[in-house]
Design a protein around this ligand. Structure first.
Ligand code: PMV
Length: 343
């Protein structure tokens, strides 16, 4: 049953909502879909703290669905159109949407194209505002199920956005394919550093949407989904037992498999840059020499997320500053986050 069913008969009305919602980085990657925005394999991510989107929405009754979106204070026609298309797709279940004007104002704390998923933070922030309106209109208490509904809505906008509605670590495709759930980890891994080494902030040539699509005809798809399911189970027990070395092995295997899938898909494409590979090699050499737990993962792009525990930060950070930072355009320092905030 759709989680939106209880909200079907809502009347359009006036309401204001404001949320700030973080981005996340997947440790086990979602790459490939089935059905209607459902994942071909389970995924697990870490929520970020400093990289988030702040969004305000004013809901008003109107003759038609209207979306006016300001991004960083300026009207943005492309984002307005994208969000309108998404909201319109919800109209089948939430008929009030067809008679609502959405005035949206949104800003990010991090720049676009830096390997930090702005779709995850931006679309989860919109989903949280919309869920706020649904609960208000129904006079429903905002309990635990609030975040399941928000995650369900966010998933329909962008799969990875459904994992951004919780702090800490989040899984999707385990308890349910339709929404994400929080995942409790060992106290020693509750906070990890994530320094994003921005190798290139150029717009990527192939969107995630097109990448997911290419998994449909991919000769290695089934093997990949099996690997991801195995890595998901392994990662869950690693995160619960607190073994940082095994965590790193899975992180890097997942990142490299994601990119291998892109390179070997029909009409293959490469999002790595030579400097991305150089940075990965330098990290592996550093690890061999020092045995310190510094690992990398990548999203769908050339930039590296450098993951390490706070207990070794003092010994790892000089290497990041002196050796890795000069390989990139910039370094964004973040860590495990506490989750979205209602403003
Ligand atoms: O949420 P989408 O459709 O943009 O897909 C994101 C896929 C990856 O970021 C590459 C992996 C993930 O699980 O976040």
């Amino acid at each position: 049953m759709s989680l939106l069913r209880p909200f079907r008969d809502i009347d359009p009305g006036s309401f204001k909502a404001a949320w700030r919602s973080p981005s996340n980085i997947a440790f086990v990657k979602y790459w490939g879909k089935k059905g209607h925005q459902l994942p071909a394999n389970p995924s697990l991510s870490m929520t970020l703290e400093k990289c988030y989107t702040s969004t305000k929405i004013q809901f008003e009754k109107s003759d038609d669905l209207e979306v006016d979106l300001l991004f960083d204070g300026k009207h943005n026609a492309i984002f307005s159109e994208k969000v309108k298309k998404f909201l319109s797709s919800l109209g089948e279940e939430l008929s009030f949407i067809e008679n609502t004007k959405f005035s949206i104002s949104t800003e990010n704390t991090f720049p676009h194209g830096t390997g930090i998923a702005s779709s995850a933070s931006g679309l989860s922030a919109i989903a949280l505002c919309l869920t706020d309106f649904l609960y208000e209109a129904k006079g429903k208490h905002r309990g635990e199920d609030f975040f399941e509904v928000a995650s369900f809505i966010a998933r329909l906008a962008s799969g990875s956005a459904c994992r951004s509605v919780y702090g800490g670590f989040t899984s999707w495709g385990d308890v349910s394919d339709e929404f994400a759930t929080p995942f409790e980890v060992h106290p020693s891994l509750r906070t990890l550093h994530d320094d994003v080494l921005v190798i290139s902030s150029e717009e990527k040539k192939v969107s995630s949407r097109a990448g997911h699509e290419r998994m449909k005809e991919h000769p290695f798809a089934e093997a990949r989904f099996t690997q991801a399911k195995n890595n998901f189970e392994l990662l869950k027990s690693i995160l619960q037992n607190g073994d940082v070395i095994d965590l790193g092995r899975i992180l890097e295997e997942e990142a490299l498999t994601l990119h291998a899938m892109m390179m070997t898909s029909p009409e293959g494409f490469t999002l790595f840059k030579p400097k991305s590979i150089e940075a990965m090699e330098k990290i592996r050499e550093f690890r061999q020499e020092t045995h310190l737990p510094l690992f990398f993962t990548l999203d769908a792009g050339p930039n590296l997320h450098l993951i390490y525990p706070p207990s070794d930060a003092k010994r790892i950070q000089p290497f990041i500053q002196d050796v890795l930072k000069p390989l990139g355009e910039t370094l964004i320092q973040d860590e495990t986050g506490k989750g979205p905030i209602r403003c």
